[in-house]
Design a binder for this molecule. Structure first.
Ligand code: BGC
Length: 473
């Protein structure tokens, strides 16, 4: 450590002692769960070629082709033993909970035909989690749907509701011990990215509001019907969905119109285009997937535009009457602003709005060399703790992601994992930031000052200190 960095650290300690004593140690209750998260499609791979989803078809026939490079296998969880070895690594990192997905197309390769082998494979994963004392959370749908359903029109067709209900019923009959269930991941992103904002995701519709509306009606009904069947079979199961939440902050806080545009953006976007309004009575908790936030300013020329940032899921760039402005200069490898103070605001607002327990079902950063993840984790967990202190009922935090995985159209390029995975050889390495997360998960406490010292650079310590000041304002 050089003198300069000592000086930075001393200043940090001094500031801490001066004004933010209460930040020094922050404890989470014993019931709070620390875990990590993946989806089926992004980690399973398709080495045996048995999976047929709309996304497999999209990679074969979509306009951009497949982002997967030849020889890439990713974490390869479908091969027996691979997921299990990662669960062992995650258990060693102190993980208490695991969100993972079931691939509907594997369970039901043709409508009504059930693949017992696939069911057996998922039982294997669940047994392994059980043996390690890790609590499972199952996601029933995370963007990919069976090809046979896509051929019927996917979520645009009402038939998707009954098909999803039947699938959910089967899954709860089969895996009834699982305590947490996510019905649908980011329902509004299915409609916006697939049907409204440029055609990057299947089914590649450029701007089709009518279809997007049907999709929203059907995913809402699918959630509500699945909720009912799961609860009928297992009343004690906790069921919810995972919702993409972005914080939109007025660019000029003194401008009434910026404030109004930011609030409107949050109301529309963070309700999942009203999805949460229509499903809150069929949800035991609200799952929040939070990555980033933007400043927002009024722009009347964008009256009828919705466009997305490049390389980003649901990162709105232009929307009716407004546009987003990148905030600050700290970003992920994908250019998404790092905004931990916005996380606090978002969690508080979502709780105030829906008055349901909150679970952070995703939160993480694409960070190949792991230079930012410790800063990201520490600051976001402090924000989350602050939300708990302020009365928000937060039940758990699932970091995205357990392992490096397939980032949809970006392929295996972006690295979100606590555990790094060489996408070709499959070789694993535990990232340094995972050690920081382990310390927090194992003790249920954030020893703020020490962790900042041990894991952050001098510049990050300065930023972190500014962030702490901001959340106290
Ligand atoms: C999605 C994940 C994705 C992550 C990072 C979330 O919106 O649920 O599938 O990998 O964002 O982009």
């Amino acid at each position: 450590m050089n003198i300069e960095s000592e000086a930075g650290r001393d200043r940090f300690v001094f500031q801490q002692e001066e004004s933010i004593q209460q930040n020094l140690k922050r404890s989470f209750s014993p019931e709070f769960k620390f875990g990590s998260s993946v989806s089926a499609f992004q980690v399973e791979g398709n080495l045996d070629g048995t999976r047929r989803t709309n996304w497999d078809v999209w990679f074969e026939k979509g306009p951009e082709g497949s982002p997967i490079q030849s020889g890439e296998i990713g974490p390869n969880w479908w091969t027996p033993g691979e997921a299990e070895k990662d669960f062992e690594r995650l258990a060693a990192l102190g993980m208490e909970a695991q969100r993972f997905g079931i691939e509907w197309a594997r369970i039901e390769p043709e409508q009504g035909q059930i693949n017992q082998e696939a069911i057996k494979r998922y039982h294997g994963m669940l047994d392994s989690l059980k043996n390690l004392g890790i609590e499972p959370m199952i996601t029933l749908n995370h963007f990919s749907i069976p090809e046979w359903l896509a051929k019927q029109g996917g979520w645009e067709n009402k038939s998707s509701r009954t098909a999803f209900k039947a699938y959910a019923e089967r899954m709860v009959d089969e895996f009834g011990d699982v305590p947490y269930w996510i019905t649908i991941n980011e329902p509004a992103n299915i409609a916006t990215i697939g049907y409204l904002s440029g055609g990057e995701w299947p089914p590649g519709r450029n701007f089709d509001p009518k279809a997007a509306l049907s999709v929203m009606h059907n995913v809402e009904a699918a959630n509500n019907e699945a909720y009912e069947v799961i609860k009928k079979t297992k009343p004690e199961a906790q069921v919810g969905s995972a919702n993409y939440v972005i914080w939109f902050e007025p660019d000029d806080p003194n401008s009434k119109i910026d404030r109004a545009v930011a609030k409107a953006a949050r109301t529309v976007y963070n309700s999942g285009l009203r999805y949460l309004h229509h499903t809150k009575d069929s949800s035991d908790f609200i799952g929040i997937d939070f990555y980033t936030g933007f400043n927002v300013r009024f722009n009347p020329s964008n009256i009828s535009k919705i466009t997305m940032e490049d390389e980003a899921i649901g990162m709105v760039k232009k929307f009716p009457l407004g546009e987003t402005v990148k905030r600050g200069d700290l970003t992920s490898d994908m250019g998404w602003p790092i905004a931990p103070d916005f996380f606090l605001k978002a969690v508080q607002e979502m709780y105030a709005r829906y008055k349901k327990p909150i679970i952070i079902t995703e939160n993480g950063i694409a960070d190949r060399d792991d230079g930012m993840r410790s800063f990201y984790l520490l600051s976001h967990l402090v924000s989350l703790h602050e939300a708990v202190e302020r009365g928000v009922d937060v039940r758990g935090y699932y970091h995205w992601s357990s392992v490096d995985n397939l980032e949809w159209m970006e392929g295996y390029g972006p690295k979100f994992g606590l555990i790094s995975v060489d996408s070709t050889s499959g070789e694993r390495t535990i990232r340094q930031s995972a050690e920081l997360y382990k310390e927090i998960a194992k003790s249920h406490e954030i020893d703020v000052n020490r962790l900042a010292h041990d894991y952050l650079t001098e510049e990050q310590i300065e930023r972190f200190s500014q962030f702490l000041d901001r959340i106290q304002e």
